[in-house]
Design a protein around this ligand. Sequence first.
Ligand code: BG6
Ligand code: MG
Length: 210
Amino acid sequence: MKAIIFDLDGVICFTDKYHYIAWKKLADKNGIYFDEEINNRLRGVSRMDSLEIILERADRTYTAEEKEAMAAEKNASYVELLKEMSPADLSDEVKNTLDELRNRGYKLAIGSSSKNTKMILKQIGLGEFFDAVSDGTNITKSKPDPEVFLKAAEFIGENPADCLVVEDAKAGIEAATAGGFKSAGLGEATEHPSVTYKLGSFKDLLEICI
Ligand code: BG6
Ligand code: MG
């Protein structure tokens, strides 16, 4: 393995609660039922695909223009919440592990569906850390399509077979496998049948990437 491609949300930092608050506000305003269980289904899913999942509970259909406006409104609330993030939202475990992996000579990249990736990295103090960032702004197909990881591999000039993808979402493991990457899963991602390595904790990467 020459490089490691990290998902952002749920791997490097935790934004689930902010997504939840922002989607809940939008859902409540529109009289649509939404809860934490539905929020869990949004993990790794793009903004527009997330909205479609939320609208499964709506009692009317929405036009494309209305959907665009709803997604923009949710994102505006979400971005307000992201402004509260700081380097304190990056755990010592993640920071120390990343530093050690860099010392061991691995190229390190991000592969995230989020269009807010660069803002989040900046907020937590990793704005300049990664060798490449592939995110929601440079893809047309969201996970489980492998595009975001294939772009990350291209940005760092490595073959997928030489890269490890680290993911917390099943859709992310699916994407990694489809792209020809090895994968390391955290949380629910460990349950995916094609996951290569199951991690109990982020620092366990140091036992795989030696
Ligand atoms: C992923 C999250 O990283 O980004 C999803 O796991 C989210 O929950 C997706 O929907 C898109 O995020 P954004 O910031 O572009 O709305
Ligand atoms: Mg994730």
